[in-house]
Design a protein around this ligand. Structure first.
Ligand SMILES: Cc1cc2nc3c(=O)[nH]c(=O)nc-3n(C[C@H](O)[C@H](O)[C@H](O)COP(=O)(O)OP(=O)(O)OC[C@H]3O[C@@H](n4cnc5c(N)ncnc54)[C@H](O)[C@@H]3O)c2cc1C
Ligand code: SF4
Length: 538
């Protein structure tokens, strides 16, 4: 049986851990770990746990096809659209993971009976990535038991282990690496991202250097950590790096974290909340070095990692290094397709329809998940690329609906981003966009206890909230963000500090995805003005 917990809903109440303690375990106050593939003998207890969950966050065998943040979906879908296409059309989905698998299930749920092909370059059925840096690394669940519930009963032609290498929009075909061409009427791009490798190839190839994105990455790293390590070096203290550091400490392995920013998680949550995450790391025995870069990884004559050089002139001895420097979008296969695809992802409108290079919206090409870059009305229509589980699910639902709908019945993707992370026994959750802020205030709880709600504001309105072991407040703040409620919060709340003092949030200044210009505009009158992509600095 397959279980997935929708952590965008889970509030860490722990009833599931009470009902089925072999399957669900609380780590600390609110951080839940679970077995993604419990045995059939445990089915009865798991079903009881699902029934007891007050927010219906447990999905067993199949994932729910309703997303709570998109209210329109709670009523039966009204689509209009082309009945002939819905009965006999051809849809191809490229990218067979969370967003792709989810969209396939929804297309069938919404009555698409035509041909549906799912192309994935990994040899596995869609699996869930969040457990890879949590229960898999710690050894609670083997990586191969993270399969998402359930593709096998969806009527889909599943082409696995084969990458798409091109998209021909004129001929309406996806090219595959083995030379095949798959025709479509509509295509969904859901190719996600991959781990950004260590930039120096020879150093990246040293035995002991790892990245963490795929099931195979997690298996390899788990084996190495289980075998023991003199010291683990983590390069980059974003969410993945911090979660790996947390697991290393749980395994009692010495760990050094090197982060070029001022604090862990500061790229996503800003300097103030990042500093609290940093204190948490130090309290758990992490040797944390911030404001420093790794300049070289060094190996011995047998090609085994021995340590690293840092930009402050110091060195670190380590036999394992985990490179956690963020992600690269999987867009190379779209080169020459005419779509607005580049280092920034694939640009779309708010209905998941891809833009072409000229910024014109296409009608038959849709994009969902980590690879998408879309405008969010709540954030001044700023284009966002989110690497969040909840966003991949929500966009898959919008894209699937819009593929089957006419213009009048299409839905916009308006869900607020929600993210969670479990580290050092603490459940960190975020709603909204913390980087879209100038100030932050602790609105509830206590920082020394590491149980608090931090609320972010931009020019006098609430734009995000981050909780440490206070997940139950997230929905409340989500509503405030949607209502553009004033910042700082002007209502009494449980555990409100007195006084509440907003401080500068210390989020990074805008990150520009590509430093050099990547398009040029040519032509003079409107009928002939076009853009084309430019590679490398001009
Ligand atoms: C270790 C880890 C921990 C995480 N933890 C959290 C968490 O705690 N909370 C949270 O909100 N999110 C978390 N995430 C992020 C979350 O898993 C992603 O947002 C989600 O997987 C995105 O799904 P996707 O389908 O868009 O992309 P992916 O999951 O990246 O899937 C894309 C698929 O397309 C395939 N593909 C790529 N190119 C091609 C091609 N040319 N042809 C065919 N197939 C192709 C890829 O191999 C992959 O299988 C975590 C991610 C990782 C790696
Ligand atoms: S909210 Fe549901 S899934 Fe989350 S810990 Fe509670 S019972 Fe378990």
């Amino acid at each position: 049986m397959r279980v997935v917990v929708d952590f965008t809903r889970c509030q860490g109440y722990g009833q599931c851990a009470f009902m089925a303690p072999d399957v669900f375990v609380m780590r600390g106050e609110e951080a839940l770990l679970y077995d993604t593939d419990p045995s059939e003998e445990q089915r009865e207890r798991v079903l009881r746990a699902a029934a007891a969950c007050p927010v219906q966050a447990l999905h067993i065998d199949r994932m729910s096809t309703q997303h709570r943040t998109v209210k329109a979906e709670l009523s039966p879908p009204v689509m209009g659209g082309d009945e002939v296409f819905r009965r006999n059309g051809r849809i191809v989905i490229v990218g067979g993971s969370l967003a792709g698998g989810r969209a396939a299930a929804l297309l069938r749920r919404d009555g698409f009976t035509g041909s549906l092909t799912l192309i994935g370059d990994e040899p596995y059925e869609p699996y869930d990535r969040p457990p890879l840096s949590k229960q898999v690394l710690i050894g609670r669940v083997p990586a191969e038991r993270t399969m998402l519930p359930h593709l096998s009963d969806i009527d889909v032609e599943w082409l696995s282990g084969i990458p798409a290498t091109g998209l021909d929009l004129a001929a309406k075909k996806v090219r595959l690496a083995d030379g095949r061409q798959i025709g479509f009427d509509k295509v969904l791009i859901a190719t996600g991202v991959r781990a950004r490798p260590w930039p120096k190839e020879a150093e990246a190839a040293l035995d002991g250097v790892f990245v963490l994105r795929t099931l195979d990455d997690a298996t390899r790293l788990r084996h190495r950590l289980a075998a023991g390590a003199g010291r683990v070096l983590i390069v980059g203290a974003g969410f993945t790096g911090s979660e790996v550091a947390s697991v290393c400490r749980d395994l009692d392995l010495p760990v050094t974290v090197v982060e070029s920013g001022p604090a862990p998680l500061s790229g996503a949550l800003g300097r103030v909340i990042g500093a609290i995450a940093g204190e948490m790391q130090c309290a758990h025995g992490v040797d944390l070095r911030c404001g420093v870069k790794v300049t070289a990884l060094e190996g011995d004559s047998d090609g085994r990692l021995r340590g690293a050089r840092l930009s402050d002139g110091r060195t670190v001895d380590a036999d394992v290094a985990v490179v956690a420097l963020g992600a690269v979008r999987n867009v190379e296969w779209l080169e020459g397709s005419g779509l607005a695809a580049g280092a920034w992802g694939v640009a779309t409108d708010a209905g998941c329809r891809a833009f072409d290079l000229n910024g014109l919206v296409t009608d038959d090409v849709f994009v969902a998940g980590d690879v998408a870059r879309f405008p969010h009305p709540v954030y001044h229509y700023q284009f966002m690329a989110l690497e969040h589980w909840g966003n991949a699910v929500a966009q898959a639902e919008i894209a699937a609906h819009n593929m089957l709908s006419d213009q009048a019945h299409r839905w916009p993707h308006l869900s607020l981003p929600v993210f969670w992370s479990n580290q050092f026994g603490t459940n960190i959750k975020s709603v909204g966009v913390p980087t879209f802020s100038d100030e932050v205030v602790i609105a509830q709880g206590s920082v020394p206890d590491r149980r608090f709600v931090a609320v972010y504001g931009f020019q006098g309105r609430i734009t995000a909230a981050v909780t440490f072991d206070q997940g139950m407040w997230l929905e409340f703040y989500q509503r405030l963000i949607e209502q553009a409620a004033p910042f700082p919060p002007d209502f009494p709340a449980v555990g409100q500090p007195d006084p509440m003092v907003p401080v500068t949030s210390g989020v990074p200044t805008r990150i520009v995805p590509a430093m050099e210009a990547t398009v040029v505009v040519t032509g003079h009158d409107p009928a002939e003005r076009r853009v084309s992509l430019v590679h490398g600095p001009r």
